[in-house]
Design a protein around this ligand. Structure first.
Ligand code: CA
Length: 662
């Protein structure tokens, strides 16, 4: 492996671990005296030009600069004078674009902007501190979309649907009361589908259609047309969350771009950044055609196959190629250094090669080993590199410090992604217990878990429990409430709430990293829509008046989160510790019971018993002798105690959890 970076061994700020590291994507080096433009473009390009515009919408450039070749596939040119406030594009003869690594753009990301980044720092930015954790299992992640969170009329937010909503004291207080300590924000880089020039229109998209990877999305700012504003407001958001003790995890989508034909990658270095399907046999197989109208792709000439589409979005990037790999490394480093980001959720991580993910982990370790990295350990189609090179879930154990979403546990609790009607543990369908046990231990090898009975994985896939992201719902797919309404027709509110709380008890007592979808704590629904990526606000928004309807559900979530945070036995953070100190008790169907050795985990509770009962009847479970104090019982959490249990057995109410300690 080629050594890419020069590591200079001093730190000049909390968030800048690698000072002056060599970069390949410094497309604009700005100073008041001059601007140096550099582009990775093929050596064989006939001409590489930079056009400078006075305004984002100027018809004609004020200057056109011809770049010179300064190395293999590298072009450079300098404009003297102060270009601050101007806009620019690169053009290698394929059409204009803002480059691959613009750090500021005008409205809709068509042209890059020249800004002085240091002028975008909010006051006190130098004192901004990353909230501390010991292990990723200490996190309670809250996945949210900016618009979902604050757009509903019941939201008291002044900045509805904006980054700044997460600077408003009442919103921060809400998150603190709930107790989460990390937000995972849905794509917040500049994406394509929302027209930023029409903020008055209620437009919605999740944002999995990347345009400019290193610039905040304009529609979440109060002024998309002024390039500095989105940058400053994003930083204000991070700063406010950090002050509230909440980490910020960015959802990054390097695995595909909005399309190929007009992507910044393709316009600067045609056919480099994307994978192709293998060469078709001579005289043979038909070239696969995409059905994605956005992809604008056509089979390549020369028999090299068509563009591969493991993302299901018309293309897939090639992380194994040096420039794409380097792009990803520099991009995550940039978000950490410039925006103080604390972690990354890699969309369709299974498309990326493992080596790139390892290098990203190593790069983050140089800055702060507690920066979290996890992702979706799968792809939407077969990637065009061998599966065993991909960062698929099954290989998580050989990717130290990188986690993956656990569909085994998720589907055992609530049913599979592919069928919203199919029952599971919550529907009192037996046979799901072992998959949930596997999730409770965090996906490690554990003597009490019979892998032959686990739904998807036949071998443990983590080496450490914090590599296991434990969840029952996320932005994809139905909300938990919709899923329950679909799989239990006619379900009433009381049962809905009971099962919702039981489901999240599995998540919040798991030794993995608990992950909640925003709004589940107030019984959010999406009116039954499964894939709401571009559904209107009426589907995606969180109705906060539900807080008055389901105050006991919110209290249960916040109580359970507080309990987890106060008791390290629920987040031991080490596989050996979990193997020795978490043991399952024998139970009948649709029941799971286990003990935790609190003393060994440094917990103030010596012993803990957790029982999860999905049956529609109360059930008795044999537990170790002694006098136990109930702290979670029948939908209520109270660490001061909810009664004493003794005599070697415990009665668990229907569709609920019981947690005891002594
Ligand atoms: Ca955009």
């Amino acid at each position: 492996m080629k050594k890419i970076f020069l590591l200079i061994a001093f730190h000049f700020s909390l968030f800048t671990g690698v000072a002056m590291a060599q970069t390949q994507f410094n497309e604009l080096q700005y100073s008041q005296e001059k601007s140096v433009f550099t582009l990775n473009a093929p050596s064989k390009a006939k001409a590489v030009r930079v056009r400078v515009y006075d305004r984002a919408d100027s018809q004609q450039p004020s200057q056109t600069l011809q770049l010179k070749r300064v190395g293999k596939d590298r072009w450079q040119g300098t404009v003297t004078g102060d270009l601050k406030g101007k806009f620019y594009t690169f053009d290698i003869g394929q059409g204009e674009c803002p480059g691959t690594f613009a750090k500021a753009v005008g409205v809709n990301g068509k042209r890059a902007a020249v800004v002085n980044l240091s002028e975008t720092d909010p006051e006190g930015w130098n004192q901004d501190v990353r909230p501390a954790i010991k292990t990723p299992s200490d996190l309670v992640v809250y996945e949210m979309h900016h618009r979902d969170f604050s757009i509903h009329p019941s939201s008291k937010s002044r900045y509805k649907g904006k980054f700044l909503a997460l600077t408003e004291p009442h919103n921060l207080q809400y998150l603190k009361t709930l107790g989460i300590n990390a937000v995972q924000i849905l794509p917040s880089y500049d994406y394509a589908t929302v027209d930023e020039s029409k903020p008055e229109l209620p437009q919605y998209n999740w944002g999995y259609d990347p345009l400019n990877y290193n610039v905040p999305e304009g529609s979440y700012s109060t002024d998309a047309a002024t390039p500095e504003v989105r940058i400053r407001e994003f930083k204000q958001m991070v700063q406010a969350l950090h002050k509230a003790g909440i980490r910020v995890i960015l959802d990054v989508v390097y695995n595909h771009t909005m399309n190929i034909a007009n992507s910044n990658f393709q316009l600067t270095y045609p056919d480099y950044y994307y994978r192709r399907t293998p060469q078709p046999p001579i005289g043979g197989a038909k070239v696969r055609k995409s059905t994605d109208v956005n992809s604008n792709q056509s089979p390549l000439k020369g028999g090299r196959g068509s563009y591969s589409d493991a993302s299901g979005c018309g293309n897939e990037t090639a992380s194994e190629k040096p420039l794409m790999r380097q792009f990803m490394l520099e991009s995550v480093r940039y978000w950490v250094e410039e925006y103080h980001i604390d972690g990354f959720r890699f969309d369709l991580m299974g498309i990326h090669d493992q080596e790139t993910m390892r290098l990203i982990r190593a790069e983050m370790d140089k800055i702060d080993p507690t920066i979290t990295i996890y992702g979706e350990g799968w792809a939407a189609g077969a990637p065009a590199i061998p599966n065993e090179q991909c960062a698929m879930k099954a290989y998580t154990h050989q990717l130290p410090g990188i986690g993956a979403f656990a569909d085994d546990m998720r589907d055992a609790i609530r049913g599979p992604f592919s069928d919203d009607h199919q029952p599971a543990f919550l529907n009192a369908l037996k046979g799901n217990e072992e998959s949930i046990k596997f999730g409770l231990v965090g996906g490690i090898a554990h003597p009490d878990v019979d892998m032959t009975k686990v739904n998807y994985s036949k071998e443990p896939w983590t080496a450490q429990p914090y590599q296991h992201v434990s969840y029952v719902s996320c932005h994809d797919d139905m909300s938990l409430v919709d899923r329950l309404r679909t799989s239990i027709p006619g379900i009433q509110d009381d049962e809905l709430a009971r099962l919702d709380m039981l489901a999240q008890t599995c998540v919040l007592t798991s030794q993995g990293v608990p992950f909640l979808w925003a709004g589940e704590e107030v019984m959010r629904d999406k009116k039954g829509v499964h894939n709401s990526y571009n559904s209107p606000d009426s589907i995606n928004q969180i109705n906060w008046s539900n807080l008055r309807k389901y105050p006991h559900v919110f209290s249960y979530y916040s109580g359970l989160i507080a309990l987890r945070k106060a008791h390290p036995a629920f987040r031991m953070g080490d596989a050996e510790m979990v193997r020795h100190n978490l043991h399952f008790l024998p139970t009948e169907d649709c029941l799971i019971a286990y003990t935790l050795n609190g003393t060994a985990a440094g917990d103030s509770w010596k012993q803990i018993v957790v029982i999860l009962n999905a049956n529609r009847q109360a059930k008795q479970v044999v537990i170790p002798q002694g006098e136990w104090t109930a702290v979670v019982r029948d939908g209520v959490v109270n660490t001061q105690g909810l009664g004493i249990v003794s005599g070697g057995k415990a009665l668990v109410a229907p569709q609920s959890a019981l947690i005891l300690h002594k």
